[in-house]
Design a protein around this ligand. Structure first.
Ligand SMILES: Nc1nc2c(ncn2[C@@H]2O[C@H](COP(=O)(O)OP(=O)(O)OP(=O)(O)O)[C@@H](O)[C@H]2O)c(=O)[nH]1
Ligand SMILES: [Mg+2]
Length: 368
């Protein structure tokens, strides 16, 4: 790694101002939230970069409620039992009604911890007389879930070029496809994009990313041979992006089982190598979660967060029969915001995450 030249702008003044976070600070959810708030602050106090303007455009564009509705069908079917419970809500028998509510949430993959927390808050409001009818309880439930899911849902981009996003996750979750879609979206808005083929494990991975690069006219850095290490590829890509004044670097990585300690160590090295090349990078470390996975999502997120420190989640395959309830417990337990959702295999099938639309898709008004 030391043989690679340090890019000229890696130590520019604005990057130097960023405090170096200790391992513990970075990996703990709350200080990270404070850090992101500080970044938002910094972004608003300086002239917004082309990327920040674009990220706003991307946030505003392309919400497709229909796909969210079809993708969350499985969870909605499980939550369907609640509609009857709400219609027939009997205040006299609130304890057993609330138990039924808790069971239904657990069945819909919310996880016992999150289900218990939500129902406990509703119980308090029922006991105090604030909530009386099933309709009020339904609305309160929706609001509590929206509150859990609402956080720093926008992509955190640097006001200095380049912004670097590292994408991680288990095999087949949709990392490469999501990177391809992101490259397309940003390039379409006029940003220059560099793809880093950090999946040096799977033979065809570089080729797959190269195809996405061609679709969006993005540059790409590939491994030179089959001995090239992923951290070297990522370092080179960031260095080249700095040298060529590129707006955005999207770093792909190999899929890995969260239980494989050696591979998780390798991922930590990848992240470190990006930071060595450019102070403050990566600006986002995003975990791709396959929406059809169910409660195993939580274990994956815990392990990846512990090994590399995550800043957010991209939830994919929300067009299939996803088990969207599970992601609520991931957000709740790890304090990680969902930044984007994948709603198909096409180049346009990436949407910003909107908690209200997501919860409306789980509890559509028409079913009452
Ligand atoms: N339906 C649907 N399919 C998706 C979505 N995102 C990705 N896929 C598909 O999921 C499969 C795996 O996607 P990849 O992008 O190769 O996943 P990956 O995480 O890079 O996989 P590895 O590199 O092997 O770890 C492909 O067939 C994609 O087309 C999505 O949002 N919806
Ligand atoms: Mg891949």
């Amino acid at each position: 790694m030391s043989a690679l030249p340090l890019p000229k702008r890696a130590t520019c003044a604005s990057h130097m101002q960023r405090p170096t976070l200790s391992k513990n600070t970075l990996w703990n959810g709350r200080p990270q939230a404070a850090e992101s708030a500080r970044l938002r602050c910094r972004a608003s106090s300086s002239t917004p970069s082309v990327l920040q303007k674009m990220s706003r455009v991307i946030q505003e564009k392309g919400r497709d409620f229909g796909k969210l509705v079809s993708g969350t069908e499985r969870t909605r079917a499980k939550l369907g039992v609640l509609e009857e419970l709400f219609v027939l809500w009997n205040l006299e028998d609130a304890d057993s009604e609330l138990e039924e509510l808790e069971d239904a949430l657990i069945m819909a993959d919310f996880g016992p911890g999150t289900a218990f927390k939500i129902v406990d808050q509703i119980r308090e409001k029922v006991d105090s007389g604030e909530l009386k009818s099933g309709e009020e309880i339904r609305e309160s439930l929706k609001k509590l879930i929206v509150d859990i899911l609402s956080g720093d849902n926008e992509l955190r981009l640097s006001s200095e070029k380049p912004s670097v996003l590292l994408v991680v996750g288990v095999n087949g979750g949709g990392k490469t496809t999501t990177i391809g879609k992101m490259a397309y979206k940003f390039a379409n808005q006029g940003a220059s994009v560099m793809l880093a083929a950090g999946d040096t494990f799977r033979a065809a991975a570089g080729e797959q990313l190269d195809q996405w690069a061609k679709r969006s006219n993005a540059e790409i850095v590939l491994a030179e041979d089959d001995k090239t290490r992923p951290d070297t590829v990522l370092y080179k890509a960031v260095a080249k992006a700095v040298e060529k004044d590129i707006d955005l670097v999207l770093c792909d990585t190999s899929g890995r089982l969260h239980t494989n300690w050696g591979l998780m160590e390798e991922l930590a090295k990848c992240k470190k190598s990006i930071g060595k090349c450019l102070d403050g990078a990566p600006h986002e470390t995003l975990l791709v979660l396959d929406g059809t996975t169910g409660m195993n999502m939580l274990n994956q997120a815990k392990e990846f967060n512990e090994s590399v420190g995550l800043s957010g989640i991209i939830l994919t395959k929300l067009d299939g029969s996803s088990r969207g309830g599970a992601v609520v417990s991931v957000v709740d337990e790890l304090n990680l915001p969902i930044k984007m959702v994948g709603v198909g295999e096409g180049v346009e099938d990436l949407q910003p995450f909107d908690p209200v639309s997501f919860v409306d898709a789980l509890f559509p008004d028409g079913t009452r």
